[in-house]
Design a protein around this ligand. Structure first.
Ligand code: NAD
Ligand code: UDX
Length: 477
């Protein structure tokens, strides 16, 4: 009988995932541990470290009962029957595979703690997204200290939640994937994990595979989703060149039951902590296996995404008479998608940096992202995955060229143009007449998410552009 679960890593995945297990399994004690004191104290406060619709209610219901947040990693690992490892696995920034391979430092540290403090058999669950065959390496670390007395079973249970809908995705998942080895012990471990999910997930949505299929399926899943976005974004460029309308094209595609309707929204580009990282990880694995053609195929998905972001910047600059120097441009939305405060790899960073490089003055508004976070993101220099030359430092200029507002009307006042970079619902109900009246004329709108009614905007007097659409709208789909 599983009595205690420990989740290592209290981030975007660890926090919500462990909270839902606590909610659905009241007889199990769930401890979520993290090395970050600030994160844990935020989980224990009224201001949670992440914004996710529906999360706060579940935390309030379970915290202090069977859900605990702590920095005492050793204690909770020692006591647990099952340990979920939810730590970050970012792209390596130096050494072998830099810019592509997954950095497993955090995972290795977690595995060493498990190996050092465990005195009873444990099931160790890979929740983080890891390269295929990671379980093999982890096993070597785990057994180094056990003298054969402690038995570990490693399971792969990748997480498929999307940010912004994490609670919905966790409470009603379309699938739960469990990978384990074929041995009797491996199958028993799978059964124990299955029994936990069976508290709320129907049996037919729980898929079991071998370890390597489970690990690879997660990378494949993200690569396929991102590939669809890059495919429709590539079509959006062709639409703009030919007078076709990408919304009409994607509507047609979506009615093809072989394709389905999801992930066909053209945009300024995909962002988030997962897609680029996981595709590059896949690219690195292919290269390591000598599969260079396969690696190049997946690399193109990331290249098209970069192209889409720079194409957007170019569109803004060329439309505004080939210069944005000294012009105020209002940026609406900074998070990588709506309903999250997460800005990791948000397209807004690259678009803002592109506009700043052309000496624009940015006034940024996002309903959930703090000014501190925006300034941090715009002053951090990241090396580009495809070439090692570091981008020119923008930190000094950006501090002077960037203002952040808590009110959309303040942000757009006296602006020459507006760029919508996140599809927050509230952007649809802004009083655009009021906004237009307060802007410098001609007033431009660039809808990087295709969420605004551009016909209405044009009626008001805006010069309005959207992704992959002709200047005159005709949408009947
Ligand atoms: P995150 O950075 O939000 O959280 C990771 C947490 O782990 C951090 O709080 C960090 O302090 C903690 N940590 C790192 N090393 C530790 C250690 N040794 N001991 C204790 N705590 C440690 O990351 P995330 O977004 O939650 O992602 C976690 C994993 O899940 C990644 O592998 C990611 O690819 C995968 N994933 C993420 C998402 C998503 O939408 N964010 C979805 C599916 C899968
Ligand atoms: C993704 C996967 O969806 C999820 O299964 C996995 O577990 C983690 O990675 P996430 O990154 O949270 O989830 O968000 P997602 O909704 O997939 O969006 C990723 C990016 O693609 C966002 O920037 C979003 O705006 C963009 N997107 C999505 C599009 O541009 N067009 C679309 O049609 C869909």
């Amino acid at each position: 009988m599983v009595k205690k679960i420990c989740g290592i890593g209290a981030g975007y995945v660890g926090g919500p995932t462990m909270a839902v297990i606590a909610l659905k399994c009241p007889s199990i004690e769930v401890a979520v541990v993290d090395i970050s004191h600030s994160r844990i104290s935020a989980w224990n406060s009224d201001k949670l470290p992440i914004y996710e619709p529906g999360l706060e209610q579940v935390i309030q219901q379970c915290r202090g009962k069977n859900l605990h947040f702590s920095t005492d990693v050793e204690k909770h690992v020692y006591e647990a029957d099952i340990i979920f490892v939810n730590v970050n696995t970012p792209t390596k920034t130096s050494g072998l595979g830099a810019g592509k391979a997954a950095d497993l430092t955090y995972w290795e540290t977690a595995a060493r703690v498990i190996a050092d403090v465990s005195r009873s058999n444990k099931i160790v669950v890979e929740k983080s997204t890891v390269p295929v065959r990671t379980a093999e390496v982890i096993e070597k670390i785990l057994v180094h200290n056990s003298n054969g007395k402690i038995k570990y079973q490693i399971l792969s249970n990748p997480e498929f939640l999307s940010e912004g809908t994490a609670m919905q995705d966790l409470l009603n998942p379309d699938r739960v994937l469990l990978g384990g080895n074929d041995s009797l012990e491996g199958q028993e471990a799978i059964q124990k994990l299955k029994d936990i999910y069976a508290h709320w997930v129907p049996q037919d949505r729980i898929i079991t595979t071998n370890l390597w299929s489970a690990e690879l399926s997660k990378l494949a899943d993200n690569a396929f989703l991102a590939q669809r976005i890059s495919s429709i974004n590539a079509m959006s460029a062709l639409c703009e060149a030919t007078g076709a309308d990408v919304s009409q094209v994607s509507c047609v595609l979506s009615k093809n039951t072989k394709l389905g309707s999801k992930y066909l929204n053209a945009s300024v580009g995909f962002g988030g902590s997962c897609f680029q990282k996981d595709i590059l990880n896949l690219v690195y694995i292919c290269e390591s296996n000598g599969l260079f053609e396969v690696a190049n195929y997946w690399k193109e998905v990331v290249k098209v995404n970069d192209y889409q972001k720079s194409r957007f910047v170019k569109k803004v600059v060329t439309s505004m008479f080939n210069t944005v120097s000294g012009k105020k441009i209002a940026v609406l939305g900074f998070s990588f998608k709506k309903d999250t405060s997460d800005t990791r790899k948000t397209p807004a960073i690259d678009v803002c940096k592109g506009l700043l490089a052309d000496n624009a003055c940015l006034s940024i508004y996002d309903p959930r992202v703090s000014e501190e976070q925006i300034r941090r993101d715009l002053s951090t220099n990241e090396s580009h995955w495809d070439h090692s030359i570091q981008a020119k430092s923008t930190s000094f200029t950006s501090a002077k060229q960037v203002s952040v507002f808590a009110d959309v009307y303040e942000a757009t006042k006296d602006a020459h143009g507006i760029c919508v970079l996140t599809e927050w619902d509230e952007f649809k109900t802004i009083d655009y007449r009021k906004v237009f009246d307060s802007m410098v004329k001609p007033a431009f709108v660039f809808d990087g998410r295709n969420v605004l009614d551009v016909d209405k905007l044009r009626e008001i007097g805006f010069i309005a552009y959207s992704i992959g659409k002709p200047l005159n709208q005709w949408v009947d789909c």
